[in-house]
Design a protein around this ligand. Structure first.
Ligand SMILES: Cc1ncc(C[n+]2csc(CCOP(=O)(O)OP(=O)(O)O)c2C)c(N)n1
Ligand SMILES: CC(=O)[C@@H](O)[C@H](O)COP(=O)(O)O
Ligand SMILES: [Mg+2]
Length: 657
């Protein structure tokens, strides 16, 4: 009988003997590797916390006691131990288990996450809630060394350490963020882990003492004290102790003989405690140990070889964006690139290879990344912040307050714009048009294909103010590329098709779908204009007005939040210009979008050619059956049939609007 199968809740775990835990962990790893190899996921981080998760659930009394998983991409074992083993094969799939913690999924998931660095703050909120309510349970936050570089984590430690509440933070230190962890905190932790410096000091101290003849007990005491002092100076104990935490560790996070008694003691301690646990990313699957970066968030792979199961047919938008950056950086020494711990995901590893001194990985510090870029721009550089749409949300005020108020030339390459698939709710890039559009001085662009992408990046880097280019996750279209990136005229859209019945104004990846929809509508006898918006801001008001004036209704399309996005911009523009035209907005609705394959989600939210076709057709029919009367443009009341031709009077009557 499998041990894992006998566990339906953490209560069953307590029925096992700790001697059985290594075998249980083996089964857990087997399960994780098997499922992730077929659906993809955060393999390396999860394989590293199997023992830690078992130990926590064994010693705590969850769900009364609370475990908060920072980022929560490492919660697979937690899921397997908390009644979700049977659904585990649905991980990250449409309608299946989330790859992250979700309160709506399980009472054991105490806090939803996906973005790094929220754990300590959330858990500390739970500590205060517990104490405010006179309750007595434990609250434990598990936070990675990567997330330790996030400003929020430090803010949370700063707050919690200033009080004397019972609160346990487990620092899961695998010396890796997605890539090798960076920065001063990481070096500090790393030094401890290897203990090289400490060992050296210790050796030197004893050599020194050995050289002194007749060392007496007082001297020995002094020597021990010196060693302790040296230890205090270099162990992270000092950092955390100064922040008000009792520091315990570091301990081996894969060894139950260390983990269980230490954790047991820590759970009895009062006040804020930080337990430092050393783990290895990917443990139990050699390809993941060898390449933890690739296996951080991997697509499905062949288990036997560790190779990607299905190769992408074409390069990604990400690769095209970075190739363009490299091209431009060769010509302009002022261009430097910045990433917040996403060197691989944003493709900047290629940039780093070319320009090792011009790439800054600032750690999981999006806010700093943007203000740092503002500083660079203020002194004449041309920084590019290359960042996922969802993570730029963290830097909203930095965009507003530090970049845009001063009209500084910071370029934003916004990757993962729109639907990102399996990471789901926390990771879809749904809001960037909306949260950037209203910021004065911002230029907001989205290309219809990879060729336009290169021109937009060039445009952003030539523009004397803040400018963003957003592009999607996934492979590009395979269109022919112009030899050189060129500067586009700011605020000029592109009319791709003329038409007199319907105008479709689309932006970004939806443009190609809009064109296909228009072709089908044309087969049905409708005359459909298609605008490639190119700029969400400044919008091409003139083009929108002209085309809206020639057609009877307008449909906007964007892979982003409908509220406040491109469609809203079009509506505002029409209103400003006094143009009344029946308008429909296609985009993401006012709720959080679930996980699922991009194709499926695009279909569900009407963003495919078929979806656009159906919406336009339905809209057209709705308008034409509304007593045949529709208000269009700013001057005339017009009547039209579904086909429009017989009742349409271009010269119009003079009834006015
Ligand atoms: C705000 C934010 N920025 C970037 C990311 C992308 N990201 C996900 S996990 C991760 C590394 C986290 O490292 P660590 O906390 O050490 O956890 P590990 O995977 O090593 O267990 C990063 C950068 C994110 N989720 N949230
Ligand atoms: C947890 C997290 O935020 C990242 O690991 C993210 O899942 C990576 O996404 P991509 O696979 O799109 O790079
Ligand atoms: Mg780590």
């Amino acid at each position: 009988m499998s041990l894992l199968k006998s566990i339906h809740s953490p209560a069953d775990l307590k029925k096992l003997s700790p001697k059985e835990f290594p075998l249980l962990c083996q089964e857990i790893r087997e399960q994780i590797i098997s499922v992730v190899s077929s659906v993809g996921g955060h393999l390396a981080s999860n394989l590293g916390v199997v023992e830690l998760s078992v130990a926590l659930h064994y010693l705590l009394n969850t769900p009364q006691d609370k475990i908060v998983w920072d980022t929560s991409n490492q919660a697979y074992t937690h899921k397997l131990l908390t009644g979700r083993r049977e659904q585990f094969h649905t991980l990250r799939q449409y309608g299946g288990l989330s790859g992250f913690c979700k309160r709506e999924e399980s009472e054991y998931d105490t806090f939803n996450a996906g973005h790094a660095g929220t754990g300590v703050s959330a858990a500390y909120g739970m500590v205060e809630a517990r104490d405010q309510q006179g309750l007595r349970h434990k609250v434990v936050c598990v936070v990675g060394d990567g997330a330790m570089t996030a400003g929020m984590t430090l803010e949370g430690l700063h707050h919690a350490g200033g009080t004397n509440r019972d609160f346990i933070v487990v620092l899961n230190d695998n010396q890796m963020s997605i890539s090798k962890n960076v920065g001063a905190i990481s070096s500090y932790l790393n030094r401890t882990f290897t203990g090289e410096f400490f060992t050296k000091v210790r050796e030197e101290t004893s050599q020194l003492l050995g050289a002194i003849p007749h060392i007496g007990p007082d001297m020995q005491k002094m020597a021990r004290r010196a060693e302790e002092l040296a230890k205090g100076m270099i162990l992270p104990g000092l950092l955390f102790e100064e922040l008000g935490f009792h520091y315990v560790g570091p301990i081996d996070g894969h060894n139950f003989e260390h983990l269980l008694p230490t954790l047991e003691n820590v759970l009895k301690m009062r006040g804020p405690v930080l337990l430092h646990v050393i783990t290895k990313k990917g443990l139990g699957y050699q390809p993941a140990v060898d390449n933890p970066v690739w296996f951080h968030a991997c697509p499905p792979f062949v288990r036997e070889t560790g190779e990607m199961a299905k190769k992408a047919p074409r390069p990604s938008y990400t690769a095209h964006a970075v190739n363009t950056l490299i091209k431009l950086a060769k010509e302009d020494r002022r261009i430097v690139a910045i990433t917040a711990a996403m060197c691989e995901g944003t493709g900047l590893t290629a940039f780093e290879k070319e320009f090792p001194d011009r790439l800054y990985d600032v750690g999981i510090a999006e806010q700093h990344a943007v203000t740092f870029a503002a500083g660079l721009a203020a002194e004449g550089m041309r920084p590019v912040v290359t960042i996922y749409s969802t993570f730029l949300q963290r830097s909203y005020d930095q965009v507003v307050h530090d970049v845009a108020t001063q009209n500084l030339p910071v370029a934003f390459c916004i990757d993962r714009g729109g639907l990102v698939a399996e990471d789901g709710t926390t990771h879809h890039g749904a809001f960037d048009f909306a949260y950037l559009r209203h910021v004065p001085n911002m230029v907001v662009m989205a290309p219809k294909d990879e060729n336009e992408l290169q021109h937009m990046i060039k445009t952003a880097l030539s523009y004397d103010g803040p400018a963003s280019v957003r592009y999607p996750r996934g492979t590009c279209l395979g269109v022919p590329m112009d030899q050189q990136p060129a500067v586009l005229e700011i605020g000029k859209g592109e009319l791709l098709r003329e038409g007199t019945d319907v105008a479709i104004a689309a932006i970004g990846v939806t443009v190609g779908q809009a064109v296909k929809a228009a072709e089908r509508l044309a087969e049905d006898g409708l005359s459909v204009a298609v605008i490639n918006g190119r700029f969400v801001k400044p919008l091409d008001d003139e083009l929108i007005a002209r085309v809206a004036g020639q057609t009877r209704c307008l449909v906007t399309v964007e892979e982003g939040s409908r509220m406040g996005g491109f469609g809203s911009a079009v509506l505002e523009s029409l209103a400003e210009q006094g143009i009344t035209v029946p308008t429909k907005l296609i985009g993401l609705p006012d709720w959080y979008i679930e996980q699922g394959p991009q194709d499926l989600l695009r279909e569900k939210y009407g963003l495919t050619a078929e979806g656009i076709y159906q919406t336009v057709k339905g809209f057209w029919e709705q308008l034409s059956t509304k007593g045949g009367e529709v208000r269009a443009r700013n001057v005339r009341r017009e009547t039209f049939s579904l086909r429009g031709e017989s009742l349409y009077h271009p010269e119009g009557d003079e009834q006015g609007s």
